[in-house]
Design a protein around this ligand. Sequence first.
Ligand code: SF4
Ligand code: SF4
Length: 65
Amino acid sequence: MSPKKYASVDRSRCASCGECTRVCPKGAINVFYGCFAAVNIENCIGCGKCARACPAGCIKVNSFR
Ligand code: SF4
Ligand code: SF4
């Protein structure tokens, strides 16, 4: 079985545009306090749609080891 993947956000570069929240099929990423996005890794399936949609390029997909 391949390791589970999950997305993470570089909050310092997030523009809080909300694009990632619109494309996530699992509702696993939200913008908090209007200032940064964060991923709920319990729900994230690591599909990478948020990372591809992010105009700031501040989301990456990681693998658990
Ligand atoms: S990797 Fe996929 S499931 Fe995880 S937060 Fe991004 S869009 Fe949602
Ligand atoms: S798409 Fe990128 S810049 Fe926009 S809220 Fe999500 S993480 Fe932040």
